[in-house]
Design a protein around this ligand. Structure first.
Ligand SMILES: Cc1cc2nc3c(=O)[nH]c(=O)nc-3n(C[C@H](O)[C@H](O)[C@H](O)COP(=O)(O)OP(=O)(O)OC[C@H]3O[C@@H](n4cnc5c(N)ncnc54)[C@H](O)[C@@H]3O)c2cc1C
Length: 401
């Protein structure tokens, strides 16, 4: 077993870490305290710098201007970028665009690729993914109610979605809607590309999440589709194969998220250790001399390291045998890493005391926004049930002594 990182990736990760430290972290105070639009020009400048450094779109195909890294390589990139909330966006590999790019690349027609995929990879436009509904359980998406009914050469879409992340300012949405109501549950829905300028596409609001409605890329939209009419040529892939395509989107996407979360763990761990060493709690004694803090530091180090190895292993499995065969590993990392991140952020915040609750450090931002990690892309419970069923199947009919 070889844990060595290639020379190529050492150079790339070194450059990214330096860029995050020098160019992005200094912007974070403005990001936390000012409206996003006031810092967008600066964000755009940083994106141009990344393009000039030839580090743009690390996980996307070379033919469209990306770096074409494989999943294990991009996992390392995602870890490095995750240390700042601006990282993935500035390097052109942010969710939900990254997932949409993957499925457009795999299932899009030549025309769809030119119209939507190319400008998306180039960072000229943004997109959103519109599956979850207000009144239906996202954990069981086969129950979704949004419909796309054929009328002439069009689909007419009706339904109410929410948590369509980054819908505000997006050029198009990939919408999951029922096209084949009589088919078996997993073959009822399709993915359809809907330009946000289409009449009947109504962004109702940016949902306030933990006190912040956000704006632009950093927001989650509620969308009402009212007789929203798009050509049938906007169907992505085969009709009725929406969930088949969704599976393709979720495997690599979970690796990107999990390694981003490891990056967050690394960042708050650094802050926790450096604060513990600085903060004098009694004459001549810092927090770092207290066993309970030492215990949090040791436990966090062990948990981050084990979570990291699990994610890299899952990425390697996806590369070797495909996302479908690696389902157990993908589910394991999804709930495991989200839980580790939550614990590590919480400890880092606690070590900072009152300072941890303020926006003077990045910890409280991560505390607020990353709680969602245990819910999106499959809630903890759903992944645990799926893993347990798979494990138990292996024991059926066996006598264990
Ligand atoms: C920050 C954020 C961003 C998101 N971005 C997007 C996006 O871009 N596009 C999109 O379409 N959606 C997005 N989502 C929606 C997300 O995918 C759903 O919230 C998720 O699938 C859970 O669905 P739900 O909220 O309807 O909860 P429900 O399905 O109602 O589940 C509620 C809770 O019940 C529990 N539960 C569920 N099923 C079971 C079970 N079988 N057994 C035991 N317990 C169970 C879990 O604890 C779960 O959290 C986002 C959500 C968040 C929070």
């Amino acid at each position: 077993m070889d844990f060595e990182v290639s020379d190529k990736m050492k150079v790339i990760i070194g450059m990214i870490n330096e860029f995050v430290d020098k160019e992005l972290m200094p912007m974070e105070q403005d990001f936390l305290s000012k409206p996003l639009k006031t810092i967008l020009p600066e964000i755009e400048r940083k994106r141009e710098m990344v393009k000039k450094m030839e580090l743009w779109a690390p996980n996307h195909p070379k033919e469209y201007g990306g770096m074409g890294l494989d999943l294990v390589e991009h996992a390392l990139v995602s870890e490095a970028l995750g240390r700042s909330p601006l990282g993935h966006y500035v390097f052109g590999c942010q969710a939900p665009d990254a997932g949409n790019i993957e499925i457009l690349n795999m299932f899009g027609t030549a025309e769809q690729k030119e119209k939507y995929l190319r400008p998306l990879i180039e960072g000229k436009i943004r997109s959103c993914f519109s599956m979850t509904e207000v009144d239906m359980p996202g954990s069981n998406p086969v129950m979704l109610e949004t419909t796309a009914v054929k009328d002439g050469s069009d689909y007419v879409i009706n339904g109410q979605k929410w948590y369509s992340s980054s819908a505000d300012g997006a050029e198009f949405a990939i919408v999951m809607a029922v096209t084949n109501p009589e088919a078996p549950p997993y073959l009822r829905a399709s993915m359809i590309i809907v330009p946000t300028s289409t009449p009947g596409f109504n962004l109702v609001r940016n949902i306030s999440v933990m006190g912040h409605a956000g704006e632009g890329y950093f927001s989650h939209g509620e969308i009402l589709y009212q007789s929203c009419r798009v050509p049938q040529a906007n169907l992505l892939g085969t009709e009725g194969h929406g969930f088949v395509i969704a599976q393709e989107r979720l495997g690599p996407g979970r690796i990107h998220h999990c390694m981003r979360w490891i990056g967050i763990c690394n960042r708050v761990f650094d802050l926790m250790c450096s604060h513990a060493l600085k903060r004098e709690i009694s004459a001549g004694k810092t927090l770092a001399t207290k066993q309970i803090i030492q215990s949090w530091i040791a436990e966090s180090a062990a948990e981050i390291h084990s979570a990291r190895l699990m994610v890299l292993h899952a990425a390697w499995m996806i590369e070797k045998v495909g996302a479908s065969e690696a389902r157990k590993e993908i589910s394991l990392i999804k709930f495991m890493v989200a839980g580790v991140m939550q614990k590590v952020i919480d400890r880092a915040l606690q070590v900072h005391g009152g300072l941890g609750m303020t926006d003077d450090t990045i910890i409280s931002f991560f505390y607020r926004h990353e709680r969602a990690a245990r819910i999106y892309d499959g809630a903890d419970e759903v992944h645990k049930i799926s893993v347990a069923k798979r494990i138990l199947k292996g024991y059926e009919g066996k006598r264990i002594r």
